[in-house]
Design a protein around this ligand. Structure first.
Ligand code: WT7
Length: 650
């Protein structure tokens, strides 16, 4: 939701909401002094929090910081699955619901902590039986079903590294991620459901597997999707339920070093190739645990629902690891919010008595458009806290969420973070923070941020680049297989100890953060992070395309829409048919989330005299703005022509 008008609107936001006394009285955090305490000695703060986890061997040093390389809880030994399962099974939550799952067609399952523990141990033994050792990579390409969480926890139990690939990604995207991680096992499913349709995961996996030499075994979960042919390749593919049938439910958790790798998760950057973000064990678990407990004020009797897919980092930290480490009851729903009707989410909240609800602004904006009659039909009185994540939330959406879902009773926590940060870094603490619609408010205790200029000067009040100035436990430890890119991408904008987020933000005169969106070539479309270069590479891969430049333009529901300027090869005719063909090509190459909204055929792209495409101008054209300075252009008429044409077409 970038743009200057939005920004100046933010500067004039005067609404304030203070925590209700009844909420504050019972909240985990009720004393604002925690901020100053944590800031005075962040390592001591984190070390104190870390004692709430179960360690197999103590750490000898809280933080070893050799910028930009951090090691947290040095020499400590810990197992993530034991913290998410065993301690609850033995600690009074044995038959508490861990997951309450609902499939899109309406099928339902509840797994207790005891169930989840048993099945995780069994699947850990299955993986061992397939030759998976500590440190080996296991790729997971699945619908949103409990077996995905079980597979993650099973990997964590034996020290294997999981790499979850979102089920909406294409066969090619899956192939590239498997090959980059050199995964030896793939766990997938026959298929899944989405908005009444079927996602044929195994078929897409088969396509990817034609070119993934590292994969020795494929395990297939039978989701039970009807009418979907599944070809099982002899010697390579095995059914999950058959392997589980004979597997022992005894599997001791592997003592992992704090800094052993827990998972790789690919995310888009400013180049054509997605980055494998590496998270490790002790610090990551602490970040997910601590933020879940404090930002969501998680209590034992809460029913918590984060609507994210596990294929994204939000699902890793706030569907699986954070809530399970807290022993929470987690609702999981496979499908779309408008299937079969536009009150599906509110129906689920009513059915399970959800108390904490965490979703994305793009969804909230869609709900706004659908109208208040849908939530009004359902009993939402169980809710006590609402969260938002993924992109800046515009004040109107914040207010609508507060009024029509929270009934002005529930604190709204806008949470800023990234795949790289592992857990929430900027958000209110709901028992103490006064919120302002559209602001993510303050850094979590123990986190240090600054707004800096390009040159690295601190901006005390006003806009600039968001930087994190002190290491934090759940920070990324690297980019898999590319140590140079890690340093260059995140730790080279200023000094080696200052993390560059890629986001613009503003600090107001009360020290509140207002996130303004990405400042690099990364777009945020419906809360999904998409690299413009990835889409450009997919477009030029099409035989009829000569060149392309992809930019974002504001979109009412999705936040940003993908606008692709394309020059086609000599002798090829422009047509609507070709535009559709190119959109389909991108969806096929990357996944439906990257399908361009607009294809603009151009005779030429605006370039500087040195040949660089001037994206700023294309962005202005796509946003329908007056054109800025074009004097550095090689041929300014290119832009004028494009603008006239875009206005004709739009
Ligand atoms: C980018 C990270 C973190 C989980 C989901 C996305 C944007 C995320 C907010 C927010 C404003 C936000 C940023 C960030 N973003 N949350 N509350 N307010 N912007 O993870 O895919 O790694 O994307 O999402 O631009 O850099 P991700």
């Amino acid at each position: 939701m970038g743009g200057m008008s939005e920004l100046s609107a933010l500067l004039h936001e005067h609404r304030r909401f203070s925590p209700a006394p009844a909420f504050a009285a019972k909240a985990h955090v009720s004393d604002p002094a925690i901020y100053a305490q944590a800031a005075a000695d962040p390592e001591a703060f984190w070390a104190q929090f870390a004692t709430e986890l179960d360690w197999m061997a103590p750490w000898t040093q809280v933080l070893d910081w050799q910028p930009p390389h951090a090691r947290w809880f040095v020499d400590g030994k810990i197992n993530v699955s034991a913290n998410c399962l065993d301690r609850h099974v033995t600690g009074g939550r044995r038959n508490k619901a861990a997951f309450i799952w609902e499939g899109e067609p309406g099928d339902r399952r509840t797994l207790t902590y005891f169930d989840l523990h048993r099945q995780t141990c069994q699947f850990a033994n299955v993986l061992k039986g397939l030759g998976v050792n500590k440190g080996d990579r296991v790729a997971l390409y699945m619908p949103l079903i409990p077996e995905l969480a079980i597979a993650m926890l099973a990997c964590a139990r034996i020290g294997a590294v999981h790499s979850v690939v979102f089920g909406g990604f294409s066969a090619e995207s899956l192939r590239d991620r498997i090959n980059d991680a050199q995964a030896t096992v793939l766990v997938t499913a026959d298929g899944g459901y989405r908005r009444g349709g079927i996602v044929p995961l195994k078929q897409m996996a088969d396509e990817a597997l034609a070119d993934t030499p590292s994969i020795a075994h494929v395990v297939v979960v039978r989701r039970g999707v009807a009418d979907i042919p599944v070809h099982m390749s002899e010697g390579r593919d095995r059914w999950y339920h058959e392997l589980m049938d004979g597997a022992s439910a005894q599997c001791a958790p592997e003592p992992m070093d704090s800094e052993d790798m827990l998972y790789i998760l690919y995310t888009s950057g400013t180049t054509g190739k997605p980055k494998g973000i590496v998270h490790t064990t002790g610090g990551y678990l602490l970040g997910a645990y601590a933020t879940t407990k404090w930002v969501f004020d998680m209590k034992d009797d809460d029913v918590y629902w984060c609507t994210a897919d596990i294929g994204w980092v939000t699902g890793h930290s706030y569907v699986v690891y954070g809530p399970l480490a807290n022993g929470a009851t987690v609702v999981m729903y496979e499908g779309a919010p408008d299937w079969p009707a536009k009150d599906r989410f509110w129906e689920i909240i009513e059915r399970y008595g959800v108390t904490i609800f965490y979703t994305a602004p793009t969804a909230i904006r869609a709900f706004m458009r659908w109208g208040t009659e849908w939530p009004a039909r359902r009993d939402l009185s169980s809710l006590r806290l609402l969260g938002s994540v993924g992109e800046p939330i515009n004040p109107e959406a914040w207010m609508w969420y507060h009024e029509h879902i929270g009934h002005e009773r529930c604190p709204v926590v806008d949470t800023w973070w990234q795949t790289e940060t592992g857990s929430i870094l900027i958000a209110p603490l709901p028992g103490i923070t006064h919120t302002k619609p559209g602001s993510a408010t303050q850094t979590f205790p123990g986190i240090s941020a600054r707004i800096l200029t390009q040159q690295g000067d601190a901006v005390p009040v006003g806009g600039g680049l968001l930087a994190i100035t002190h290491p934090w436990p759940s920070m990324l430890r690297g980019i898999y297989g590319d140590p140079e890119r890690f340093v260059q991408q995140y730790w080279s904008k200023w000094d080696r100890g200052t993390y560059f987020t890629g986001d613009g933000a503003k600090l107001d005169d009360e020290g509140y953060y207002w996130l303004l969106g990405r400042v690099d070539d990364v777009l945020n479309v419906a809360g999904h992070r998409i690299g413009t270069m990835e889409v450009e590479s997919a477009l030029v891969d099409h035989p009829k395309v000569a060149e392309s430049a992809v930019v974002g333009r504001p979109h009412q529901i999705k936040g940003q829409a993908l606008c692709a300027f394309v020059t086609i090869k000599e002798g090829v005719a422009r047509s609507e048919g070709l535009a559709d063909e190119l959109k389909a090509h991108v969806a096929q190459k990357i996944g439906a989330i990257a399908r361009p909204d607009d294809i603009i055929f151009a005779a030429d792209l605006p370039k500087t005299r040195s040949g660089k495409i001037m994206r700023r101008l294309l962005r202005d054209i796509a946003e329908g703005k007056a054109l800025g300075d074009t004097t550095t252009l090689a041929d300014p008429s290119v832009v004028a022509r494009l603008r006239d044409q875009y206005q004709d077409e739009a």
